[in-house]
Ligand binder design. Structure first.
Ligand code: ATP
Length: 438
């Protein structure tokens, strides 16, 4: 089971995962702030991506490039000329829509009228601003619409300094900005969002094989983190959907999630060919070709790119983890997040606020805190506290009771099975470490 849209948006606000940005001023459309639990969940998603993509491989390294780059980057990459979506406006109600995302390209979804759209015009999605105190055309810079270009422009820097040999990848996580015509569906499509992208450089002859490898790796990432197969779909792009760089026979593969409104993209794996490096070579005059000393061959590498959305994927994990179940005649809501993603790993709950129990609780908290994100909760009945922890996806609750004072043991409750184990406090770290697997 997965949560429906309103339920998850409501839970996200109520429990402090995601807030509307500038809420006290009525909110800024399409901008969101991540609260105490949301920031942990989002960081965990990014950390899992970084761990599997960079740390666990010796052929991938990371960078963190600037959001503001020379405008020449966007001229070379083709974004200034063709990073556009077709915009139509309804003559009847003046609403604006992205033509390629409309279910019916003739009928306005806002007012219901048919045949009222203007001719489509290509709308550029780049956010513009000025660098320095003078707001002139000469000082225009753009907020990056993807993290990938900061990787291409650093290809040679990274190859040289990290002494990388082909095939190798450069990974980056960071904010991107697109002036979307129709943002919406909560954090699914926003104008400011976070991406997790990796450019894997290889010999042109190896590109087809590497593309296959990365589609498999990326599929398995979602499955390994517990996303249910029935809500995941993997799909090759139709020709008319190909991005501007992928038209030269590259191919694109989508990871899609069954959102409450239907299947939609979480990630695209694309064969970007040598499009970007070639464009930067032509535009900058720098030599970004690669020389293979073993074969004495010089060539421009091809690039396989898995490009995922961190914020969008976080939303999908939230939706996917949501369950409502009846246990012993009682209704409970539980987020069955993989423990690696859970914002809080262990909640420590003293049965009462008596100083003796609070003292033991502090000792337990001190022992666990260096290793995991924990929360100490002393308010309300124990049943309510369990329900709150279930609802935010905490895999384990540790209860400190009056017996703990005599036997130096605590009760550990498992989120999914609700089974309880009595564990000596001295063994708690190793017990939880075994159960969590980290
Ligand atoms: P769409 O067709 O939905 O506009 P796209 O195919 O242009 O998206 P890419 O350029 O491939 O998207 O970006 C890679 C990933 O970045 C997407 O799969 C998505 O997860 C994320 N992403 C792109 N645009 C947004 C956005 N406006 N808000 C949130 N995430 C986004």
């Amino acid at each position: 089971m997965a949560g429906d849209f309103d339920t998850i948006v409501n839970l996200a606000k109520r429990r402090g995962f995601v807030f509307q940005a500038s809420e006290i001023y009525g909110g800024l459309r399409s901008a969101y702030d991540y609260g105490p639990l949301g920031v942990e969940l989002l960081r965990n998603v990014k950390e899992q991506w970084w761990h599997s993509t960079v740390r666990m491989r010796d052929d991938v390294v990371g960078i963190d490039s600037a959001i503001l780059q020379s405008p020449e980057v966007w001229v070379a990459s083709g974004h200034l000329a063709s990073f556009t979506d077709p915009l139509v406006e309804c003559r009847e109600c003046n609403s604006r829509h992205r033509l390629d995302k409309l279910d019916d390209p003739n009928t306005c979804p806002t007012c219901g009228n048919s045949g009222t759209f203007t001719e489509p015009r290509e709308f550029n999605l780049m956010f513009k601003t000025h660098m320095g105190p003078i707001e002139s055309e000469d000082n225009v810079v753009y907020l990056r619409p993807e993290t990938a270009q900061g990787i291409f422009t650093n290809f040679e820097n990274v190859r040289r300094t990290a002494r990388m040999k082909l095939p190798f990848g450069i990974a980056q996580i960071g904010k991107s900005f697109r002036n979307e015509i129709t943002p919406g569906q909560f954090v699914f499509r926003t104008r400011e969002f976070e991406q997790m992208e990796m450019e894997y450089f290889c010999h042109p002859d190896d590109a087809a094989e590497k593309f296959k490898e990365w589609t498999e790796i990326r599929k398995n990432w979602y499955i390994d983190l517990g996303m249910s197969m029935e809500n995941l779909r993997f799909r090759e792009h139709e020709d008319d959907e190909l991005a501007h760089y992928a038209t030269a026979g590259g191919g694109t593969f989508d990871v899609e999630y069954r959102f409450p409104w239907g299947w939609d993209e979480l990630e695209g794996v694309a064969n970007r060919t040598d499009y970007d490096l070639k464009a930067h070579i032509a535009h900058s005059g720098e030599d970004l070709s690669y020389f293979d000393p073993e074969t004495n061959e010089r060539f421009i590498p091809y690039v396989i790119e898995p490009a995922a959305g961190a914020t969008r994927t976080t939303f999908a994990f939230l939706l996917d983890a949501y369950f409502e179940e009846e246990v012993n005649g009682e209704q409970r809501t539980v987020l069955k997040l993989d423990p690696r993603l859970s914002p809080i790993k262990v909640a420590i709950l003293p049965l009462s606020k008596k100083p003796e129990l609070v003292e033991v609780t502090q000792q337990v908290a001190d022992a666990l805190r260096p290793r995991w994100a924990i929360e100490v909760d002393v308010t309300q009945s124990i049943g309510r506290r369990y329900r709150r922890q279930d609802e935010i996806g905490t895999p384990f609750c540790v209860t400190v009771d009056f017996d703990s004072l005599d036997d130096a043991q605590v009760t550990v409750r498992d989120r999914d099975t609700m089974a309880q184990d009595r564990i000596p406090i001295d063994n708690l770290v190793s017990y939880l470490g075994d159960r969590l697997g980290f």
